[in-house]
Design a protein around this ligand. Structure first.
Ligand SMILES: Nc1ncnc2c1ncn2[C@@H]1O[C@H](COP(=O)(O)OP(=O)(O)OP(=O)(O)O)[C@@H](O)[C@H]1O
Ligand SMILES: Cc1ncc(CO)c(N)n1
Length: 271
């Protein structure tokens, strides 16, 4: 007899190059064995070299996508990626309350506060940072900023493990239940250490730093794998631990594609 898998919803932008955004989330959900659903917020024109531009989807269309799947199919866990504008963030926050997704509704909600592509191209309008802080963070089960996003959101400059802790505390003050301060950008560290905290526990998740330039979609793949493991019923520390082991293999198997930065790969999980 067929078995219906758990479901995960990503609210994010499309990457025409297939390495990040919605495309990375869907293939990660598939590789992790959950049924993926999408609310598309923006369509980027993007390849391995950079983001050439993007068009936002009207906020009411973003909301309608969330309501359509939540009302009919049910959502076991959700995540956000690129949200582009403050108007979209406000619409997402309001709609998640209506469909009972988020920390107060027992449906885990992961916020990956995407501000720019790894090439440094903006994916979020500057004025939208405040909406991420005030409207999304208080609803989040877990937030997963990289070090640039930590600086933009809190002003904390992370240079080592001690300042990673300061950043975790500053992010927790904005209201999420858990924070994962990703250490992928501490390039001098031979280990990639991500710090997970709920303010009581401080858990360092460590992996060897793989020598590769091809890490496109790494942040999205980590956050969507954690979302998939949450959808399957794991608690936050276990889901993040599984996600960290998942992304380490995906970076190890990343492949060159195009002239620039190639994508991380979840194909190993399907072999
Ligand atoms: N070279 C590497 N080897 C192993 N793990 C890595 C490497 N680079 C990044 N990671 C891990 O990949 C995950 C994504 O981290 P990172 O800090 O690069 O996020 P990001 O900047 O949001 O990603 P993106 O590249 O998608 O913008 C983290 O778990 C990080 O530790
Ligand atoms: C659409 C999209 N979302 C997220 C990222 C960040 O990796 C990206 N480059 N593109």
């Amino acid at each position: 007899m067929s078995v219906t898998p758990k479901t995960a919803l990503t609210i994010a932008g499309s990457d025409s190059g297939g390495g990040a955004g919605i495309q990375a989330d869907l293939r990660t959900f598939f590789a992790c064995g959950v049924h993926g659903m999408t609310a598309i917020t923006a369509v980027t024109v993007q390849n391995s070299v950079g983001v050439q531009g993007f068009t936002e989807i009207p906020p009411d269309v973003v909301s309608a996508q969330i309501k359509a799947v939540a009302g009919d199919m049910g959502v076991d866990a959700a995540k956000t990626g690129m949200l582009a504008t403050a108007e979209i963030i406000t619409a997402v926050a309001k709609t998640l309350d209506e469909v009972h997704i988020g920390r107060n509704a027992d449906v885990p909600f992961v916020v990956d506060p995407v501000a720019a592509s790894m090439h440094g191209d903006a994916l979020l309008r500057e004025e939208a940072l405040e909406a991420i802080r005030t409207e999304l963070f208080p609803r989040a089960t877990l937030v997963t900023p990289n070090l640039d996003e930590v600086r933009l959101l809190t002003g904390v400059e992370v240079t080592d493990r001690a300042s990673q802790r300061d950043a975790a505390r500053a992010l927790l003050a904005l209201g999420p239940m858990w924070v994962l301060v990703k250490g992928g950008h501490l390039y001098d560290d031979p280990e990639c250490v991500d710090l997970l905290s709920d303010g009581v526990q401080f858990i360092e998740l460590s992996a060897r730093r793989i020598d590769t330039p091809h890490t496109h979609g790494g942040g999205d793949t980590l956050a969507s794998s954690i979302t998939a493991f949450l959808a399957k019923g794991l608690g936050v520390p276990d889901a993040v631990d599984e996600g960290k082991r998942f992304i380490e293999r995906c970076v190890a198997e990343a492949y060159p594609l195009g002239e620039g930065v190639g994508p991380v790969s979840p194909f190993w999980r399907l072999a």
